[in-house]
Design a protein around this ligand. Structure first.
Ligand code: ADP
Ligand code: ADP
Ligand code: MG
Length: 453
């Protein structure tokens, strides 16, 4: 097992990884920008290295600074968390060349799955159902128009290097195609450095259902059931839960099998997520695979009792999975609300200094956060400041626990979306499990959802 791990991240996920290392008896190194000197991940790590100024590209995305920090502190492995360098194949390669273990899949797998058009092709070849679309990236708008005719409208133009809910454009009718194609590839080039785009049929009011998978270097691959992430705003997840109210045992079994086929097709090692859309007729389609730990992994941990971060570390150290498929059982129901420092009405980020911070607790509640009273939420990074997770024996109990936890969660000094989450978990369609990725748009237009009810 490793003696010392460097954590190439910040905020709640850096802290989450520190806790896992402590339980495993592994020393930790925190890296931080000058904006994060007083951050909790820096305080709780055994060692810390400042890697640069606040801007991402000069600190948390600065490969040579992160690698130097690992060398100076004699770390043996790097945990990238999510975001930042987590899906950067070049970084994983440099780690390997420098004799550092990257806690995640191989650079080749990261590269192949990170190219979403190439990932689609690999899945078609493996026999995993994908959304009808173009075979690969598009060469020209003329080619786009031709393929669009065969798959039909409405459709979605997607950036092959896209992520974080960005780089997607809806095309409702043929007349829109040229304009959206040009906008999409321009945006993709600017945001992701790669202008390549591909086409997918727009699935109407789907549910986002993803499967957690994990594989070891010995060739064992298992799944840890699904997470439903249909509550999204602008393709970004707001609330996730496990299990999904949309799956019965038969559908769950078929989707799990497809997720395992996907993982096996690329010899997947470490934790990953296979994302699907489920349409109204019960058909499901692969959309992408995320080759890292995901923001919403706690809901899986709360219903399976498995510590995914510890398992990631053990696998990276060469150990086999500590459990088999038949050991993985779902017990109860878990819901996660992402708490963002943002104005609940305009959704604009609300950075600043937290004055009061009262975290909720009690039975069935888990709070993953790096916040505390007087902590500063810097303007430079993602606005997500906490993940509130509620577990109950039933979905109903999880919802009731989530409501009372949100009610007692006090954050002052910055604005948060706690009021929005309170409205969501009280909404009738949500309570009945009648949700889709179209839920939020409708909800925000309603008097109750917009907070004006
Ligand atoms: P999850 O599926 O785990 O919820 P998200 O899509 O919310 O993941 O992304 C997790 C984090 O990574 C977010 O901070 C998001 O902004 C960031 N992220 C993911 N992919 C990219 C990308 N291609 N470019 C920029 N940021 C990304
Ligand atoms: P990202 O890499 O940004 O996470 P995804 O491909 O996972 O992008 O898609 C993010 C979200 O966008 C999905 O959860 C879903 O809500 C929506 N989406 C993506 N593809 C489609 C599609 N073909 N039809 C309908 N919605 C889609
Ligand atoms: Mg996705």
């Amino acid at each position: 097992m490793f003696r010392k791990i460097l954590i190439a991240n910040r905020g709640e996920i850096a802290l989450r990884i520190i806790w896992a290392c402590r339980e495993l008896g592994i020393k930790t190194v925190a890296v931080h920008s000058t904006a994060d000197t007083d951050s909790l991940h820096v305080k709780f790590a055994d060692e810390e290295v400042c890697i640069g100024p606040p801007r991402n590209d000069e600190s948390y995305l600065n490969v040579s600074a992160v690698i130097s920090a690992a060398e100076i502190t004699d770390a043996e492995a790097v945990h990238p968390g999510y975001g930042f360098l987590a899906e950067n194949a070049h970084f994983a390669e440099v780690c390997r060349e420098c004799g550092l273990t990257f806690i995640g899949p191989s650079p080749d797998v990261i590269r192949n799955m990170g190219d979403k058009a190439a990932a689609r092709r690999a899945m078609v070849a493996a026999g995993v159902p994908t959304v009808p679309g173009s075979e690969g990236t598009l060469d020209s708008v003329e080619q786009a128009a031709e393929i669009a005719e065969t798959i039909g409208y409405p459709l979605l133009i997607k950036a092959t290097a896209g992520g974080g809910g960005r780089g997607m454009r809806i095309v409702l009718e043929p007349d829109d195609l040229v304009r959206q194609y040009e906008a999409a590839s321009g945006e993709a080039g600017a945001a992701f450095g790669v202008p390549d785009v591909y086409l997918e049929k727009l699935v109407l009011e789907p549910r986002h259902i993803e499967f957690q998978v994990i594989g070891d270097a010995q060739g064992n691959v298992v799944h840890l059931f699904e997470r439903e992430c249909s509550i999204q705003r602008r393709h970004q997840k707001l609330l996730e839960e496990c299990p999904s109210t949309a799956l019965d045992d038969d559908l769950r079994g078929r989707m799990a099998e497809a997720a395992l086929t996907a993982a096996r097709a690329v010899n997947y090692v470490n934790a990953g997520t296979v994302e699907f859309l489920l349409d109204k007729s019960g058909d499901f389609y692969f959309i992408e695979m995320n080759t890292r730990i995901q923001v919403e992994h706690p809901v899986t941990e709360m219903v399976t009792g498995i510590d995914l971060i510890k398992e990631q570390i053990r696998i990276a150290a060469g150990e086999p999975l500590s459990f088999t498929q038949s050991d993985v059982k779902m017990s109860g129901h878990a819901i996660e609300c992402r708490v963002n420092a943002e104005d609940p009405d305009t959704f604009r980020p609300s950075p600043g200094q937290i004055s009061t911070f009262h975290p909720p607790g009690g039975p069935g509640i888990r709070l993953d956060t790096a916040c505390y009273a007087e902590a500063v939420v810097p303007p430079y990074y993602d606005s997500m400041i906490a993940k509130l997770v509620a577990r109950g024996n039933t979905r109903g109990e999880a919802i009731l626990r989530m409501r009372r936890a949100l009610d007692s969660f006090v954050v002052e000094g910055v604005r948060t979306n706690i009021p929005l989450q309170q409205r969501i978990v009280s909404e009738e369609d949500f309570v009945r499990g009648r949700i889709s990725t179209a839920f939020m748009e409708r909800f925000l237009e309603s008097p109750v959802g917009s907070g004006k009810g």
